[in-house]
Design a protein around this ligand. Structure first.
Ligand code: ATP
Length: 844
């Protein structure tokens, strides 16, 4: 018996064994190995020569030249050959493996049957059969002895070791059967019963009435083998003192159950020790022995026929010719990995038998078997597999879709042909370069125009200043060395004529761009071209933004320059005022100019006439409301209820440039879809800073009272456009509105008014909408008599807008009549009367 360590070694060695047979779903040849037995005592005594020479692991030389061997005559070595012998065959024969006389059973197990155990546990049926003449060593190889265990024991021990190692994940049920085919009768060696009948079903050949004996260890197997062998028919022959006169078929049936999924698989390992394939003459049998021999020969002849036909690839194989071939049907031509060990003696005494065995083995080498894993059987409910199949089908569908998308993308990507793209890029580049040039010209000219207009306005104001104060000492030349108003006006006129041409050109270019975009829309290169277009669009936006920045810088410079000389002018004017007193009319003009130029009021009623340096400094520190917007109230003592007019830098902004480029952006988004839109949004977001945020020039920003102490809401210039955005303004001017709403007509007494004002300012409910409703209610009462209160509540904005538009048209009429009557212009935004009581009622 080999030790535990040897077994472990064997276990490890199998992993690297070159004869690993398990290959799924493919055709494999039967593995054939030849084992050469050493001389036995009888052969040694007879001084027979060796008829086999092992050349290497795969090749042997049968019947080598006699010169190669020592020739003995009557026990004496002679140097000449035996002339009575025929010419040597010197046949070189190849097999999957050739084992020489010194090979042990363990070595053959390691290399040949241990891998089969792995295959068995992977779900393949496996068979090992030993073939050879009587006394060639079949039983020695297959069964061995207690001292030298054969392949059956070694294989089974290894199988149990593997089973133990896998017991956590799988449950194994092992059952064995040990059959004997003797004189064509099948006997159960374990129970010594028979003869048993063979029948075939879908699982192959089945022995009727055979009950498997469950076993749990290799040691248990040893006793079973001993029991079975004791029942085996053996008789001494001339060739072998313990000659087996029957074919012994040992089968191990294993049921493997997966502990997780409860799936089951049945596999079978067959170990077959055939009876000797000798010629009848060699056993010298007579009577019963002769009959035995005939029977053995019959079954082996049938086996030989099957092997030949299988090797020739014929369809019909006569398995049914004998019970042996029926039992071996699965091992030879079915779904099985098969190992054939051909045992031969090297003695020339068995020349014919050895030759026949080797020929058999060579034929068997050509047989091909088909390997398939045995089907799974399971106790899992059908629903489990239905669910699995559905899941896999869904997964399959998803993967197919993904693949289709990827394929489309790849196709699209590969569609972008450089030669096709280049003309498009060239076209787009040319157009955008034209747009950039024109835009550059157009914005530069506009900037210049605004600049000159600003300068000219300042100059005019200065003239007015001089005229009204009748200060002759202020010389324009001293204050401003730049070109005259007349010259400025000429240049402004020229620019005003030139700019529309450039605007027209820019417009045409954008029209061209629209056309190009339309073409691109229907091009197969639409995706890539749109990305390119967006890039170009950004270039235009960037260029525009940098021009606007440049313009703002220029205007700033202008402001700085002009504020310097205005400052000087006012210093001089102050000197004049200091030296003599101003009459009311002059004071008024001074104040108007001051307000006009600096946007603040000198309340002459309360101020001293000493308008010195400190006073002028005060001009720049004008008060601001929450938004930083300067709020001014008209001086009631002057008897003029006009709104103040300021010199507003916003008027000189380049905020009328965006329209053309913007319209082209919109189209981009129309064309885009899905992910492209997201991309476009990002790009638009990126582009946003290029757009100048709208200032509140067009919003309501002045709250005042007219001469009759009626509250008036002044709307900015946009009121004339009938597009009032009161919301933000009212919120921002909350302070003023609150003050205004709480005028003396509503709340009696200043202390109450202050209290209420504070409460309202802090109140969260005093929201923009409420304020808007207040205004709407007030104005509708005063201006649109038939407007319903619910409308005021629901859409105050609309009501205010309507009132303002009506007011605007009436103001225009008033202005026209005022001009014709008095020859003076009425500046300022429209005035809308508001009914305090009505507004207060709504708020309550
Ligand atoms: N490789 C070997 N090394 C040593 N002795 C061997 C070897 N092979 C066989 N023998 C010995 O040869 C004798 C005959 O062997 P064995 O019984 O295995 O032959 P067999 O082929 O089974 O014959 P039969 O067909 O008649 O049963 C036995 O005594 C056995 O010990």
């Amino acid at each position: 018996m080999s030790t535990r360590n040897e077994r472990q070694d064997a276990l490890m060695r199998t992993r690297t064994c070159p004869l690993h047979l398990a290959m799924s779903g493919e055709q494999k040849n039967i593995k054939v190995v030849v084992r050469v037995r050493p001389y036995n005592r009888r052969e040694m005594e007879q001084n027979q020569r060796s008829i086999i020479k092992v050349l290497d692991n795969n090749t042997l030389l049968f019947d080598p030249d006699e010169e190669d061997d020592d020739f003995f005559f009557q026990g004496t070595k002679v140097n000449h050959r035996d002339i009575t012998k025929r010419v040597n065959k010197k046949l070189s024969m190849k097999y999957d493996r050739v084992y020489d006389t010194d090979t042990t059973n363990v070595q053959i197990f390691d290399e040949c049957t241990a891998p089969l155990v792995d295959s068995v546990l992977n779900g393949y049926n496996c068979s090992v059969f030993v073939y050879g003449a009587t006394g060639a060593g079949k039983t020695f190889t297959m069964l061995g002895s207690d001292a030298i265990p054969g392949l059956t024991f070694l294989t089974m021990r290894y199988l149990f070791e593997k089973i133990e190692a896998q017991s956590d994940i799988r449950k194994f049920d092992v059952g064995v059967s040990y059959l004997e085919v003797y004189n064509e009768q099948v006997m159960n060696l374990l129970t010594k019963t028979g003869p048993l009948k063979l029948r075939e079903d879908s699982n192959g050949v089945v022995v009727s009435g055979l009950v498997l004996k469950p076993i749990y260890s290799a040691e248990e197997l040893l006793s079973l083998l001993a029991l079975g062998n004791s029942h085996r028919t053996q008789h001494p022959t001339d060739a072998n003192a313990e000659s087996s006169r029957s074919h012994a078929v040992f089968q191990v049936h294993i049921r493997m159950t997966d502990r997780k999924t409860d799936t089951k698989r049945m596999v079978k390992l067959s170990m077959i020790d055939l009876a000797g394939s000798e010629r009848a003459a060699s056993t010298k049998g007579i009577g019963v022995r002769f009959k035995e021999g005939a029977s053995i020969n019959k079954s082996l002849l049938a086996l030989g026929n099957c092997i030949n036909k299988l090797a020739d690839g014929l369809k019909h194989i006569p398995y049914r010719d004998s019970n042996l071939t029926r039992i071996l049907k699965d091992s030879l031509g079915g779904n099985c990995q098969t190992l054939m060990v051909a045992n031969v003696s090297m003695s020339s005494l068995t020349y014919e038998d050895t030759y026949n065995t080797l020929k058999y083995a060579s034929r068997a080498k050509k047989i091909r078997t088909t390997l398939r894993k045995n089907a799974l059987k399971t106790n899992m409910p059908k629903e489990f597999f239905v669910k699995k199949v559905n899941e896999l089908m869904d997964e399959n569908d998803r993967l197919k879709k993904d693949m289709a998308v990827l394929e489309t993308k790849i196709n699209k990507a590969s569609m972008y042909d450089d030669s096709e793209l280049k003309p498009w890029f060239k076209k787009i580049d040319n157009l955008f370069s034209t747009i950039l040039n024109i835009q550059d010209q157009y914005i530069t000219l506009k900037s210049r125009l605004k600049n000159l207009t600003f300068r000219s306005q300042i100059k005019r104001d200065m003239e007015d200043f001089k005229k009204r104060l009748t200060i002759e000492s202020i010389s324009q030349e001293n204050l401003d060395n730049s070109i005259s108003i007349c010259h400025l006006s000429k240049e402004i006129d020229k620019l005003e004529k030139e700019i529309p041409c450039w605007r027209q050109k820019l417009h045409s270019s954008y029209k061209e761009l629209e056309k190009l975009k339309h073409e691109i829309k229907f091009s197969k290169l639409v995706n890539i071209l749109q990305i390119y277009l967006r890039g170009k669009n950004l270039e235009v936006q960037n260029s525009k933004q940098s021009l606007i920045n440049k313009h703002v810088t220029n205007i700033d410079k202008e402001v700085v320059l002009n504020s310097q000389w205005l400052h000087r002018a006012f210093t001089l004017a102050s000197e004049v005022i200091k030296n003599g007193s101003l009459n009311t009319e002059q004071r008024y003009h001074y104040d108007q100019l001051h307000r006009h130029l600096f946007g603040t009021t000198l309340n002459l009623k309360h101020s001293s006439l000493n308008v010195g340096e400190s006073r002028i400094n005060g001009i720049h520190a004008a008060s601001s409301d929450d938004d930083g917007e300067t709020i001014y109230t008209a001086d009631a003592t002057l008897g003029r209820g006009q709104c103040s007019k300021r010199l507003r830098l916003e008027d000189y902004d380049l905020d009328d440039l965006d329209d053309m480029a913007d319209s082209s952006d919109c189209d981009d988004e129309e064309v885009l879809s899905g992910g492209d839109k997201q991309q476009a949004n990002k790009l638009t977001a990126f582009k946003m800073p290029a757009k100048k945020p709208k200032t509140n020039l067009n919003e309501t920003h002045v709250v005042s009272m007219d001469a009759n102490m009626n509250t008036t809401y002044y709307m900015g210039p946009s009121s004339s456009k009938k597009n009032v955005n009161c919301g933000k303004v009212l919120t921002s001017n909350k302070n003023h509105l609150v003050s205004n709403v709480l005028s003396e007509q509503i709340v009696k007494g200043p202390s109450n008014a202050d209290q209420l004002k504070n409460v309202l300012l802090k109140s969260k409910k005093f929201t923009h909408n409420n304020l808007l409703r207040t205004v709407a209610a007030g104005v509708q009462k005063e201006n649109i008599k038939k407007c319903s209160p619910s409308r005021v509540r629901k859409s105050p904005h609309t009501v205010v807008t309507k009132v303002l538009s009506t007011a605007t048209s009436s103001i225009i009429k008033q202005r026209t009549s005022a001009r014709t009557n008095a020859g003076t212009s009425t500046d300022g935004p429209p005035i809308v009367r508001i009914n305090r009581a009505a507004s207060f009622r709504v708020k309550k």
